[in-house]
Design a protein around this ligand. Structure first.
Ligand code: PAF
Length: 291
Protein backbone atom coordinates (compact mmCIF):
# COMPACT_ATOMS: atom_id res chain seq x y z
CA UNK A 1 0.00 0.00 0.00
CA UNK A 2 1.57 3.28 -1.16
CA UNK A 3 0.64 6.57 0.44
CA UNK A 4 0.95 9.35 -2.07
CA UNK A 5 0.73 12.99 -1.11
CA UNK A 6 1.53 14.84 -4.33
CA UNK A 7 -0.09 15.05 -7.75
CA UNK A 8 3.32 14.57 -9.43
CA UNK A 9 3.88 11.29 -7.63
CA UNK A 10 0.34 10.14 -8.42
CA UNK A 11 0.92 11.02 -12.09
CA UNK A 12 4.04 8.81 -12.15
CA UNK A 13 2.12 5.86 -10.74
CA UNK A 14 -0.76 6.53 -13.10
CA UNK A 15 1.50 6.40 -16.17
CA UNK A 16 2.80 3.01 -15.14
CA UNK A 17 -0.58 1.45 -14.41
CA UNK A 18 -2.02 2.92 -17.58
CA UNK A 19 0.85 1.51 -19.65
CA UNK A 20 0.20 -1.89 -18.17
CA UNK A 21 -3.44 -1.58 -19.30
CA UNK A 22 -4.79 -2.22 -15.80
CA UNK A 23 -8.35 -1.62 -14.72
CA UNK A 24 -8.37 0.92 -11.91
CA UNK A 25 -11.11 1.21 -9.31
CA UNK A 26 -11.28 4.54 -7.51
CA UNK A 27 -12.94 5.21 -4.15
CA UNK A 28 -12.92 8.95 -3.38
CA UNK A 29 -13.45 9.68 0.33
CA UNK A 30 -13.06 12.40 2.91
CA UNK A 31 -11.59 9.91 5.37
CA UNK A 32 -12.79 8.78 8.80
CA UNK A 33 -13.63 5.57 7.03
CA UNK A 34 -16.53 3.35 8.02
CA UNK A 35 -18.03 0.11 6.73
CA UNK A 36 -19.81 1.98 3.94
CA UNK A 37 -16.43 3.01 2.50
CA UNK A 38 -15.00 -0.46 3.08
CA UNK A 39 -17.86 -1.93 1.07
CA UNK A 40 -16.95 0.39 -1.83
CA UNK A 41 -13.32 -0.77 -1.56
CA UNK A 42 -14.38 -4.42 -1.55
CA UNK A 43 -16.43 -3.84 -4.70
CA UNK A 44 -13.50 -2.11 -6.35
CA UNK A 45 -11.08 -4.88 -5.37
CA UNK A 46 -13.41 -7.54 -6.71
CA UNK A 47 -13.67 -5.93 -10.12
CA UNK A 48 -10.34 -4.19 -10.81
CA UNK A 49 -6.61 -4.89 -10.99
CA UNK A 50 -5.83 -1.84 -8.86
CA UNK A 51 -7.70 0.10 -6.20
CA UNK A 52 -6.95 3.74 -5.39
CA UNK A 53 -8.56 5.39 -2.35
CA UNK A 54 -8.33 9.15 -1.95
CA UNK A 55 -8.62 10.84 1.43
CA UNK A 56 -9.19 14.56 1.16
CA UNK A 57 -11.58 16.72 3.17
CA UNK A 58 -12.55 19.03 0.34
CA UNK A 59 -13.04 22.58 1.68
CA UNK A 60 -14.88 23.65 -1.49
CA UNK A 61 -17.91 21.49 -0.73
CA UNK A 62 -18.57 22.88 2.75
CA UNK A 63 -20.72 25.95 2.92
CA UNK A 64 -20.13 26.46 6.63
CA UNK A 65 -16.70 26.80 8.20
CA UNK A 66 -17.98 25.15 11.43
CA UNK A 67 -19.07 22.07 9.44
CA UNK A 68 -15.63 21.85 7.79
CA UNK A 69 -13.83 22.32 11.13
CA UNK A 70 -16.03 19.71 12.84
CA UNK A 71 -15.63 17.08 10.12
CA UNK A 72 -14.00 14.06 11.79
CA UNK A 73 -10.43 13.26 10.71
CA UNK A 74 -8.05 10.48 11.76
CA UNK A 75 -5.53 9.48 9.12
CA UNK A 76 -3.69 7.02 11.40
CA UNK A 77 -6.89 5.11 12.05
CA UNK A 78 -7.77 5.22 8.34
CA UNK A 79 -4.37 3.84 7.34
CA UNK A 80 -4.64 1.02 9.88
CA UNK A 81 -8.07 0.09 8.50
CA UNK A 82 -6.90 0.20 4.90
CA UNK A 83 -3.96 -2.11 5.66
CA UNK A 84 -6.49 -4.90 6.08
CA UNK A 85 -7.86 -4.26 2.59
CA UNK A 86 -6.16 -4.78 -0.70
CA UNK A 87 -5.66 -1.08 -1.44
CA UNK A 88 -2.80 -0.26 -3.83
CA UNK A 89 -2.63 3.49 -3.36
CA UNK A 90 -3.93 6.01 -0.86
CA UNK A 91 -3.91 9.44 -2.44
CA UNK A 92 -3.71 11.85 0.51
CA UNK A 93 -3.05 15.40 -0.71
CA UNK A 94 -3.41 18.52 1.41
CA UNK A 95 -5.41 21.61 0.46
CA UNK A 96 -2.38 23.44 -0.95
CA UNK A 97 -1.66 20.52 -3.24
CA UNK A 98 -5.23 20.40 -4.54
CA UNK A 99 -5.88 24.15 -4.62
CA UNK A 100 -2.50 25.91 -4.95
CA UNK A 101 -3.96 29.11 -6.40
CA UNK A 102 -7.39 30.71 -6.48
CA UNK A 103 -9.44 29.13 -9.24
CA UNK A 104 -10.57 30.66 -12.50
CA UNK A 105 -12.93 27.85 -13.45
CA UNK A 106 -16.24 27.33 -11.71
CA UNK A 107 -18.45 24.32 -12.36
CA UNK A 108 -22.19 24.55 -11.91
CA UNK A 109 -25.28 22.41 -12.41
CA UNK A 110 -28.22 23.31 -14.61
CA UNK A 111 -30.40 20.64 -12.99
CA UNK A 112 -30.18 17.95 -10.27
CA UNK A 113 -28.53 20.52 -7.97
CA UNK A 114 -31.39 22.73 -6.83
CA UNK A 115 -33.25 20.12 -4.77
CA UNK A 116 -32.58 18.00 -1.63
CA UNK A 117 -29.09 18.67 -0.23
CA UNK A 118 -28.29 21.06 -3.09
CA UNK A 119 -31.09 23.34 -1.93
CA UNK A 120 -30.12 23.44 1.71
CA UNK A 121 -26.34 23.38 1.15
CA UNK A 122 -25.76 25.95 -1.61
CA UNK A 123 -22.44 25.44 -3.40
CA UNK A 124 -22.00 21.92 -2.05
CA UNK A 125 -22.38 20.02 -5.31
CA UNK A 126 -20.35 22.59 -7.24
CA UNK A 127 -17.53 21.83 -4.80
CA UNK A 128 -18.04 18.09 -5.27
CA UNK A 129 -17.98 18.47 -9.08
CA UNK A 130 -14.79 20.49 -8.88
CA UNK A 131 -12.85 18.12 -6.65
CA UNK A 132 -14.03 15.03 -8.51
CA UNK A 133 -13.10 16.51 -11.89
CA UNK A 134 -9.60 17.10 -10.51
CA UNK A 135 -9.38 13.68 -8.85
CA UNK A 136 -10.68 11.89 -11.94
CA UNK A 137 -7.93 13.56 -14.00
CA UNK A 138 -5.25 12.86 -11.42
CA UNK A 139 -6.14 9.19 -10.87
CA UNK A 140 -7.65 8.32 -14.30
CA UNK A 141 -9.68 5.40 -13.02
CA UNK A 142 -11.67 3.05 -15.21
CA UNK A 143 -14.34 2.66 -12.50
CA UNK A 144 -15.38 4.90 -9.59
CA UNK A 145 -17.45 3.75 -6.61
CA UNK A 146 -20.00 5.85 -4.72
CA UNK A 147 -22.37 5.00 -1.88
CA UNK A 148 -26.09 5.43 -2.46
CA UNK A 149 -26.60 7.07 0.92
CA UNK A 150 -25.55 10.16 -1.03
CA UNK A 151 -27.89 9.35 -3.91
CA UNK A 152 -27.99 12.94 -5.13
CA UNK A 153 -24.20 12.88 -5.33
CA UNK A 154 -24.40 9.71 -7.46
CA UNK A 155 -26.92 11.44 -9.77
CA UNK A 156 -24.70 14.51 -10.06
CA UNK A 157 -21.53 12.46 -10.68
CA UNK A 158 -23.31 10.45 -13.38
CA UNK A 159 -24.18 13.73 -15.10
CA UNK A 160 -20.58 14.92 -14.72
CA UNK A 161 -19.07 11.91 -16.49
CA UNK A 162 -21.74 11.90 -19.19
CA UNK A 163 -21.71 15.64 -19.92
CA UNK A 164 -17.91 16.06 -19.77
CA UNK A 165 -17.06 12.71 -21.38
CA UNK A 166 -15.01 11.21 -18.58
CA UNK A 167 -14.36 7.65 -19.67
CA UNK A 168 -15.21 6.27 -16.23
CA UNK A 169 -17.91 3.85 -15.22
CA UNK A 170 -19.75 5.09 -12.12
CA UNK A 171 -20.76 2.23 -9.84
CA UNK A 172 -23.44 3.01 -7.22
CA UNK A 173 -23.21 0.78 -4.14
CA UNK A 174 -26.19 0.21 -1.79
CA UNK A 175 -26.17 1.88 1.62
CA UNK A 176 -24.55 0.00 4.49
CA UNK A 177 -26.55 0.27 7.70
CA UNK A 178 -26.18 -0.16 11.46
CA UNK A 179 -28.28 -2.92 13.06
CA UNK A 180 -31.11 -0.49 13.78
CA UNK A 181 -31.12 0.71 10.17
CA UNK A 182 -29.20 3.97 10.58
CA UNK A 183 -27.14 4.56 7.42
CA UNK A 184 -23.41 4.41 8.19
CA UNK A 185 -21.80 7.83 7.99
CA UNK A 186 -18.63 9.50 9.22
CA UNK A 187 -20.90 12.10 10.79
CA UNK A 188 -22.65 9.61 13.11
CA UNK A 189 -19.85 10.02 15.69
CA UNK A 190 -21.08 13.58 16.18
CA UNK A 191 -24.50 12.43 17.43
CA UNK A 192 -25.28 12.72 21.13
CA UNK A 193 -26.60 9.48 22.73
CA UNK A 194 -30.26 10.50 22.60
CA UNK A 195 -29.91 11.77 19.05
CA UNK A 196 -28.28 8.48 18.08
CA UNK A 197 -31.29 6.58 19.49
CA UNK A 198 -33.67 8.80 17.61
CA UNK A 199 -31.73 8.50 14.35
CA UNK A 200 -33.14 5.03 13.67
CA UNK A 201 -36.43 6.77 12.85
CA UNK A 202 -35.07 8.05 9.54
CA UNK A 203 -35.27 4.64 7.88
CA UNK A 204 -38.64 4.00 9.55
CA UNK A 205 -39.93 7.22 8.00
CA UNK A 206 -38.74 6.03 4.59
CA UNK A 207 -40.63 2.77 5.10
CA UNK A 208 -43.75 4.82 5.86
CA UNK A 209 -43.27 6.62 2.52
CA UNK A 210 -42.77 3.32 0.72
CA UNK A 211 -45.92 1.90 2.30
CA UNK A 212 -47.86 4.95 1.16
CA UNK A 213 -46.53 4.42 -2.39
CA UNK A 214 -47.50 0.73 -2.36
CA UNK A 215 -50.95 1.34 -0.90
CA UNK A 216 -51.96 4.57 -2.64
CA UNK A 217 -49.82 4.67 -5.81
CA UNK A 218 -47.54 7.39 -7.06
CA UNK A 219 -49.05 10.34 -5.21
CA UNK A 220 -46.05 12.50 -4.52
CA UNK A 221 -47.67 14.91 -2.06
CA UNK A 222 -49.18 12.10 -0.02
CA UNK A 223 -45.87 10.29 0.17
CA UNK A 224 -44.11 13.46 1.33
CA UNK A 225 -46.86 14.18 3.86
CA UNK A 226 -46.76 10.67 5.34
CA UNK A 227 -42.97 10.79 5.80
CA UNK A 228 -43.10 14.30 7.27
CA UNK A 229 -45.87 13.32 9.71
CA UNK A 230 -43.87 10.34 10.90
CA UNK A 231 -40.69 12.37 11.41
CA UNK A 232 -42.55 15.17 13.16
CA UNK A 233 -43.89 12.66 15.65
CA UNK A 234 -40.64 10.79 16.25
CA UNK A 235 -37.65 13.11 15.98
CA UNK A 236 -36.63 16.25 17.86
CA UNK A 237 -34.00 17.14 15.25
CA UNK A 238 -34.90 19.79 12.68
CA UNK A 239 -36.35 18.30 9.49
CA UNK A 240 -34.23 19.77 6.72
CA UNK A 241 -36.20 18.24 3.87
CA UNK A 242 -38.49 15.40 2.87
CA UNK A 243 -38.95 14.88 -0.84
CA UNK A 244 -40.02 12.42 -3.49
CA UNK A 245 -38.52 12.89 -6.97
CA UNK A 246 -37.65 11.03 -10.15
CA UNK A 247 -34.25 9.32 -10.03
CA UNK A 248 -31.58 10.11 -11.21
CA UNK A 249 -33.04 13.19 -12.90
CA UNK A 250 -34.38 14.57 -9.59
CA UNK A 251 -37.45 16.22 -11.05
CA UNK A 252 -40.77 16.56 -9.24
CA UNK A 253 -42.61 15.39 -12.34
CA UNK A 254 -42.75 11.65 -11.77
CA UNK A 255 -44.56 8.99 -13.75
CA UNK A 256 -44.95 5.21 -13.46
CA UNK A 257 -41.94 4.72 -15.78
CA UNK A 258 -39.54 6.51 -13.49
CA UNK A 259 -37.40 5.23 -10.70
CA UNK A 260 -38.18 7.44 -7.73
CA UNK A 261 -36.24 8.57 -4.70
CA UNK A 262 -37.83 9.23 -1.33
CA UNK A 263 -35.24 11.26 0.58
CA UNK A 264 -34.98 12.79 4.04
CA UNK A 265 -32.51 14.97 5.92
CA UNK A 266 -32.61 15.79 9.63
CA UNK A 267 -30.33 18.26 11.40
CA UNK A 268 -29.04 17.61 14.88
CA UNK A 269 -26.72 19.82 16.91
CA UNK A 270 -23.50 18.58 15.36
CA UNK A 271 -24.62 16.21 12.62
CA UNK A 272 -26.96 16.43 9.69
CA UNK A 273 -28.26 13.00 8.69
CA UNK A 274 -29.53 12.00 5.27
CA UNK A 275 -31.13 8.83 3.98
CA UNK A 276 -33.18 7.65 1.01
CA UNK A 277 -34.89 4.77 -0.74
CA UNK A 278 -34.71 4.38 -4.52
CA UNK A 279 -37.74 2.47 -5.72
CA UNK A 280 -39.74 1.66 -8.80
CA UNK A 281 -43.35 2.79 -8.95
CA UNK A 282 -44.47 -0.52 -7.36
CA UNK A 283 -42.29 0.18 -4.33
CA UNK A 284 -39.60 -2.41 -5.17
CA UNK A 285 -36.04 -1.50 -4.19
CA UNK A 286 -33.96 -0.87 -7.29
CA UNK A 287 -30.59 -1.31 -5.64
CA UNK A 288 -31.42 -4.36 -3.53
CA UNK A 289 -31.99 -2.36 -0.36
CA UNK A 290 -33.39 -4.48 2.44
CA UNK A 291 -37.12 -5.26 2.03
O1 PAF B 1 -18.81 11.58 -0.60
C1 PAF B 1 -17.77 12.15 -0.22
O2 PAF B 1 -17.15 11.78 0.77
C2 PAF B 1 -17.29 13.39 -0.98
O3 PAF B 1 -18.35 14.16 -1.43
C3 PAF B 1 -16.34 13.03 -2.14
C4 PAF B 1 -17.04 12.21 -3.20
C5 PAF B 1 -15.14 12.28 -1.60
C6 PAF B 1 -15.84 14.32 -2.80
O4 PAF B 1 -15.13 15.10 -1.90
Amino acid sequence: MNIIETIDQMNNEKYSYQQEGKSVGFVPTMGYLHEGHLKLIEESNKNNDITVVSIFVNPKQFNQQSDLDGYPRDITRDQELLKQYDVDYIFYPDSKEMYPTSLTIDLSLSSRGNVLCGKTRPGHFEGVLLVLSKLFHIVSPTHAYFGLKDAQQVAVVKALVEDLNFNIQIIPVPTVREKDGLAKSSRNVNLEPLEREEASHLIKALYVGRKCLIEHGLKRNEIIRSVNDYLNKHVTGQIDYVDCLSYPTLSNEITENHAIIIAVAVKYKKARLIDNFILNSNGDFIYKERN
